[in-house]
Write a protein that binds this ligand. Structure first.
Ligand SMILES: [Zn+2]
Length: 401
């Protein structure tokens, strides 16, 4: 069988297959089932969460020859044509390359003619925020009083750039980033389908790396499957993609907590010699510290950490406090920000590791002041602590004597 990338193989074919957008699905389902079809829809949200796919699905739902339905048949000629992108009645326009008023004027003229072989003539305008002001104005007149057979579906990643006059005339749907646990569930389902074994933490890693986009998750997944030899593990991912292993990070942080600067520098060299880039080292270290901080604050959700909490070096929690981790994380992030201006990124990273080896002695000014305040209170409250009476009181005693 010919290999088809997972992202296109798993592209949702009906609204019920759309993942992680429950509100969108429920509302569209309602309006289709109750035959309350709007004439303009506006899909907004981050890239890769299914806006354009949903627009095509909605078009199919509305134009399926077997009647408007949230589960279009997928086999009638309308369904097939829309899927192939060559339906005469579903016109897709890329807002980014058709920004001018003339492009929109063309639409204005076209909408006067009804659909060819379908119920509706549907315009899908992607990246609609890219349209010029005059184009928006031209569009406004059309969506204010559209012929009954016209439907607009706008999609945008930048809703704030769409004029309020347009927004207010559309039924708006805000697409969300898909949750890590949901993406992981989808990946696990694909693994079952293609008979590939997986470790939980490996799938969680892919899911988190996708930052809310199912499409990105599938793309990364395909790459990882190709070198995983039938079993996806975090070790293979780390090795092939040049990331630092969890064990190495645990070792490093343990050495730092134990002030073993020399061994820390050695380990850093070993990791970099193993093919991990300076940038990747910083990213992985930042992520590790971020997770430790979460655990300090009691957050142990695996979908957020990507690991179970017990995989992190326990010595960190015994010997450090959350403020010290905050400081370390801040230093690492600062370096990440500055590294692109650096003449020698590696030196800077070595300096950072050297500094982090004194993490146990790091105390922030606020904590220091609080501690001093506590000591002062203690001194004032218990006179027995006074070995020598303070000057003022000594003077008083002399006076009364
Ligand atoms: Zn159909």
């Amino acid at each position: 069988m010919e290999f088809e990338v997972t992202a296109s193989r798993k592209r949702p074919q009906s609204l019920v297959e759309l993942s992680g957008q429950d509100f969108v699905v429920a509302t569209l389902k309602n309006s289709i089932e109750n035959n309350r079809i709007a004439h303009a829809y506006l899909f907004s949200g981050p890239r890769g969460v299914g806006k354009t796919s949903s627009a095509r699905i909605l078009a199919r739902s509305l134009n399926c020859e077997r009647g408007a339905s949230i589960t279009p048949c997928g086999v009638c000629s309308n369904c097939k044509e829309i899927a192939r992108g060559n339906s005469m009645d579903v016109i897709e326009i890329d807002g980014a390359s058709n920004t001018g008023v003339n492009d929109i004027r063309e639409i204005k003229d076209e909408v006067l003619f009804g659909p060819g072989s379908s119920r509706y003539k549907i315009y899908i305008i992607d990246e609609v925020h890219m349209l010029s002001n005059s184009a928006f104005n031209a569009l406004l007149k059309t969506i204010e009083e559209p012929p009954p057979y016209i439907i607009f579906i706008f999609a945008t990643t930048e809703i704030h750039k769409v004029p309020a006059t347009i927004r207010s005339r559309c039924q708006q749907f805000n697409f969300r980033l898909v949750e890590v646990s949901e993406i992981k569930r989808l990946l696990a389902a694909v693994c079952d389908e293609i008979a590939v074994k997986f470790d939980e933490d490996a799938l969680f890693w892919i899911a988190r790396e996708a930052t809310g986009s199912v499409r990105d998750a599938y793309t990364l997944f395909d790459q990882i499957v190709s070198f995983s030899d039938g079993h996806i593990t975090l070790d293979k991912i780390r090795e092939k993609l040049g990331l630092i292993g969890m064990d190495q990070l645990n070792n490093l942080i343990t050495l730092l907590v134990e002030e073993k600067t020399e061994e820390s520098m050695d380990l850093l060299d070993t990791i970099l010699s193993g093919g991990v880039s300076v940038e990747q080292f910083i990213i992985d270290l930042a992520e590790y510290l971020r997770n430790v901080l979460f655990i300090f604050h009691g957050v142990k959700k695996e979908s957020l950490l990507g690991y179970t909490a017990d995989r992190f070096s326990s010595i960190v929690f015994e010997l450090l406090n959350s403020r010290q981790i905050e400081w370390a994380l801040e230093e690492v992030i600062k370096l990440f920000r500055d590294i692109r201006y650096s003449l020698n990124p590696r030196f800077e990273l070595e300096l950072l590791v050297s500094r982090l080896s004194s993490i146990r002695y790091h105390i922030d000014p606020k904590a220091l002041l609080e501690e001093l305040g506590r000591m002062k209170d203690q001194l004032e409250n218990s006179s027995s602590v006074h070995i020598h009476p303070p000057q003022d009181e000594a003077k008083k005693k002399i006076k009364t004597a």
